[in-house]
Write a protein that binds this ligand. Structure first.
Ligand code: ADP
Length: 430
């Protein structure tokens, strides 16, 4: 038996999925994250979760795992010493402390670069450099520190090699996936010795260490491959493969991802591209979405009211649903006013107006990506809480004018298991 393990460290929990070479799921394990303060022990907790996910897999399957890959939340980062021990609490994906270095960052990075955000990995690295003495006290020769993303560090725990990342995680650190290198302005910074070497996602790094193989019951030949971010892993899981195929995530916000033969970059709209095989994964995120729906309706109401909407009859309502002013994509206007008037007395009509309006914003987003040069949209998979609303799916199909596709899988861990399988193909191990 040849099987592959994908591990997902998401925002609310961790999951593992084992698949065989045709994609059949052999085992699944999970571990919810309790809400906890982030301390220097957080990484130790991640380690416990990682090992527990693997330990829970039945031994008959675990011993047959050929390769492992791990995804983490994008821009969740940590600083560790030469033996991989964290020297400070990790900084989570949404931690805005990087705002303290934004002024400096603007003088370093080109205008509108993807790193110019308080939550980018580079802002977090510069924060460690500027606002603590951890980096100044270290020495590249005798006492080096390593800056890693969550997925990089978790993979290190299995293969034992420090200083390795993948180009999906490294994008918000400033890595250029088109030229496959860090840009010169980044290489000149004093923190540059700490930047990880970047490989393509799903590249074999090495086999598990003997201690890990023995301790967790894995084969000593089990490969560990570079990983990806949680949202790209979920994209890969959907089954989207061809240029023009897209995945819309209808969660609290609306996130569009479209596979394209050409990369796009327009920081004004928050558009950037990740390399995915020989294609480019491009997209953008709007502040409209489920969070506004949740402000007015419970999930149960959303279900019952939606079933009373006729998706074939369009209302005359034209909203821009937002919780607070401002959007970036597909309209770049930090002062954009939320528009939810006129509000009909009838809740079914009001919800219909909102679902139609969010669908129009989604369609405008895909149009913008195509105007900027992305491959023409051919079909859309859906992820997130809104995916379970068939009325909305039909409304969106009418707006987007392409088929709505059914995802093969939605779990990010599944997409990451596919990356592990790809790593074995690269090593000719299948
Ligand atoms: P996130 O992970 O971004 O917080 P989820 O993917 O879990 O979001 O989706 C939650 C969102 O889905 C909520 O904001 C909720 O309003 C929305 N939602 C839940 N049920 C439905 C439904 N039947 N139709 C449309 N939206 C829904």
């Amino acid at each position: 038996m040849t099987v592959y393990l994908g591990i997902d460290f998401g925002t609310s929990g961790a999951r593992a999925v084992v698949i065989d070479s045709v994609g059949t799921i052999f085992a699944e394990t999970q571990y919810p994250f309790p809400i906890q303060a982030i301390t220097i022990d957080t990484a130790t907790h991640w380690q416990k979760v990682l090992f527990s996910l693997i330990e829970q897999i039945p031994q008959s399957i675990k011993g047959e795992i050929n390769a492992i890959a791990i995804n983490g939340t994008s821009a969740t980062v940590l600083l560790c010493d030469r033996i991989g021990q964290p020297v400070d609490a990790p900084i989570l994906y949404n931690d805005p402390r990087g705002v303290a270095v934004m002024e400096q960052l603007r003088t370093i990075a080109p205008p509108n670069h993807v790193v110019l955000s308080a939550t980018s990995s580079l802002a977090k690295l510069l924060w460690w450099y500027d606002c603590t003495d951890l980096i100044s006290k270290s020495s590249a020769e005798t006492n080096p520190l390593y800056f890693l993303h969550q997925a990089d560090w978790l993979a290190f725990l299995l293969h034992g090699k420090l200083g390795i990342s993948d180009d999906h995680n490294a994008l918000k650190l400033g890595y250029n996936p088109e030229n496959l290198c860090y840009p010169d302005w980044l290489k000149q910074l004093p923190v540059s010795p700490m930047l990880p070497n970047v490989l393509a996602p799903g590249t074999p790094v090495g086999v598990v260490t003997p201690e890990v193989a023995h301790g967790l019951g894995l084969s000593p030949d089990c490969l560990v491959c570079t990983g990806t971010t949680d949202s790209i892993a979920a994209f890969i899981a959907s089954g989207a493969k061809q240029p023009g195929e897209a995945v819309t995530s209808l969660g609290s916000t609306v996130v569009l991802k479209l596979l394209s033969t050409t990369p796009l970059e327009d920081a004004k709209f928050g558009i950037y591209s990740h390399r995915l095989g020989n294609l480019w994964l491009t997209g953008g995120a709007s502040n409209t979405g489920g969070a506004v729906l949740r402000h007015f309706f419970s999930d149960r109401e959303l279900e019952s009211l939606s079933s009373q909407i006729d998706p074939e009859q369009e209302s005359a309502l034209d909203y821009y649903p937002l919780l607070r002013p401002g959007d970036r994509f597909p309209i770049n206007d930090p002062d954009l006013r939320p528009r939810l008037e006129p509000k009909p007395d009838n809740s079914v009509e009001f919800l219909q107006g909102m679902l139609e309006s969010i669908a129009r914003i989604e369609a405008r987003g895909y149009s913008l990506l195509q105007q900027l040069g992305a491959s023409p949209l051919t079909g859309v998979y859906t992820a997130g809480g809104g995916a379970k609303n068939p009325t909305w799916t039909r409304i969106r199909e009418r707006q987007l004018m392409v088929p709505m596709l059914t995802s093969l899988h939605t779990a990010a861990a599944y997409g990451t298991a596919l990356l592990a399988k790809q790593g074995c193909l690269l090593e000719d191990r299948v």
